[in-house]
Design a protein around this ligand. Structure first.
Ligand SMILES: Nc1nc2c(ncn2[C@@H]2O[C@H](COP(=O)(O)OP(=O)(O)OP(=O)(O)O)[C@@H](O)[C@H]2O)c(=O)[nH]1
Ligand SMILES: [Mg+2]
Length: 376
């Protein structure tokens, strides 16, 4: 069923179903692409998930992607043109792609008629996605349009070391608090190592502490070393994070655990509708309102250049005991500003016309016409 009708016979309102979007994140090599490929073979209500590849640097995409970032922006050309290395190239390519993400969201919304799920595979370098403007644009645009769930893929084989496990969990925790979306931890590669040890460490602090002690006293393995002590304190701090965390073990190679994963996804999608949706809609309305205000100010300025609009000071507040002159190298915001990258207020100054023209020329040269919907 792609749509439903209300029970009142006089008012037949069609409710368009939106797909549940799964943003697949995880450390390099954790198995994000293999997991996406495994999900791609799952037929639900007569069709497989709608698939999106956001990794511009991968050589081959081992699943039939409906939208592939590589069709839109040429990553190697971006590196050449801007003189960037691989990571800078991925960031810039994602930034260019995110300027068109509104169109991608429209395609995803339409795909809901046929596909119950939409799976988004992300680049290997997790920080490129989680701590960049484009990552924020992608996750916020999706979350304000469709039920969206973050799927954090963890390498169960590499995490047998308590310290690696803790680093993974801290990263997962930081993403959870940054995105404020329903969250599932997928413990991948259970065909090699069973994930029961990880579940036990999450549920039982004593068991984790024991593992940390038996790991030895060496600096790298934990024990009583500085890292060991830090890890112990972190484990205590993460207790609240673990308490209602959804997690399951899977093997992308054998397909074990995939059915359980989909059950968790359905529960998370329900959670999104009940607990998260209202906040997202409110946030979106606020952003639109702010944008409207800014557009109005710009229009006023353009139509009547003599009108002096209130100019924002570089710094509005200074903490007690500090002088404005103590503060330097700031973007336009309060010193206490907690703006995330990508949500900063842009300066009022327009780009120079020649810069705009140059950027436009670059886009025309390197961004192919949007053909991402053709493969649907
Ligand atoms: N044994 C086993 N190996 C797996 C599994 N899933 C992935 N791998 C292997 O792990 C390696 C990395 O897998 P990818 O799917 O490329 O991981 P990724 O997270 O997409 O990697 P990047 O995009 O480069 O960060 C490959 O060699 C896979 O064959 C699994 O369930 N079991
Ligand atoms: Mg990959």
């Amino acid at each position: 069923m792609s749509s439903s009708e209300t029970s009142d016979p006089d008012t037949v309102v069609e409710v368009i179903r939106k797909p549940v979007c799964l943003i697949i994140l995880g450390m390099a090599g954790a198995g994000k692409t293999s997991f996406t490929r495994r999900l791609a073979s799952k037929i639900v209500e007569g069709s497989r998930p709608y698939l999106i590849n956001l990794d511009p640097a991968c050589r081959e995409v081992p699943y039939p992607a409906n939208i592939d970032i590589r069709d839109t922006v040429d990553y190697k050309e971006v590196m050449k043109q801007y003189g960037l290395g691989p990571n800078g190239g991925i960031v810039t390519t994602l930034n260019l792609f995110s300027t068109k993400f509104g169109q991608v969201v429209n395609l995803i919304e339409k795909a809901g008629k046929k596909h119950k799920y939409c799976v988004i595979d992300t680049p290997g370098q997790i920080e490129v996605f989680t701590w960049s403007a484009s990552g924020t644009i992608v996750s916020e645009s999706l979350a304000s349009a469709c039920p969206t769930v973050i799927v954090y893929v963890m390498d169960t084989v590499r995490s047998v070391s308590p310290i690696t496990f803790m680093s993974n969990m801290l990263y997962a925790c930081s993403i959870l608090y940054k995105t404020r979306l329903p969250f599932i931890v997928v413990m991948n590669k259970t065909d090699v190592v069973d994930n029961s040890y990880a579940v036990e460490w999450m549920r039982d602090f004593e068991a984790f502490q024991e593992a940390l002690e038996t790991a030895g006293d060496s600096e790298s393995e934990g024990g009583t070393s500085y890292v060991g002590n830090l890890t112990r304190s972190m484990a205590l701090a993460l207790d609240a994070f673990y308490s209602d965390l959804k997690c399951c073990g899977v093997s992308s190679h054998t397909g074990a655990g995939i059915d359980e994963f989909f059950k968790l996804v359905d529960a998370a999608a329900e959670e999104y509708e009940k607990e998260y949706k209202q906040d997202w809609l409110k946030m979106r309305a606020q952003k639109l309102e702010e944008q409207k205000k800014k557009d109005e100010e710009k229009r006023l300025k353009r139509d009547n250049p003599n009108v002096v609009l209130e100019k924002k000071k570089l710094i509005d507040e200074v903490p007690v005991g500090r002088e404005t002159s103590d503060v330097y190298l700031k973007h336009p915001g309060n010193e206490s500003s907690s703006d995330e990258e990508g949500t900063e207020v842009k300066p009022d100054i327009d780009d120079k016309p020649q810069d705009v023209a140059m950027f436009q020329e670059f886009i025309n040269k390197h961004v192919k016409p949007n053909n991402s919907g053709n493969k649907t």
